[in-house]
Design a protein around this ligand. Structure first.
Ligand code: SF4
Length: 99
């Protein structure tokens, strides 16, 4: 579940990158799993989503957004859910260690 308090302010410049997203207009079902999806179905769907992300001109912005708001549902910035969870946990650990 994303941390809503971390969302950018409602200013167009904070969200305009989404207008150039490679996933714009595509079926969301590629990026967000249905309930109880498991195993090879999930792997294949994520592989397809990541292939779209690989050619996305705003991959970096999308990934940073997902990590900032701690989004762990779906594929964002070319990362799957377990990768997002791992990076978010890493950021939290390193943030605690920072002076
Ligand atoms: S990186 Fe992937 S999920 Fe993010 S905007 Fe681009 S295509 Fe969509």
């Amino acid at each position: 579940m994303p941390e809503l308090s971390r969302l950018p302010t409602p200013v167009a410049e904070s969200w305009d990158w989404q207008l150039r997203a490679a996933c714009r207009g595509r079926d969301n079902a590629v990026f967000f799993h249905p309930r109880n999806e498991r195993g090879s179905h999930r792997e294949e769907r994520e592989r397809h989503a990541k292939a779209i992300c690989a050619h996305c001109p705003v991959l970096a912005q999308c990934r940073e957004h997902a990590l900032t708001v701690e989004e762990t549902f779906g594929v964002w910035g070319g990362l799957g859910e377990s990768e997002l969870r791992d990076l978010i946990a890493y950021r939290r650990r390193t943030a605690r260690l920072s002076p």
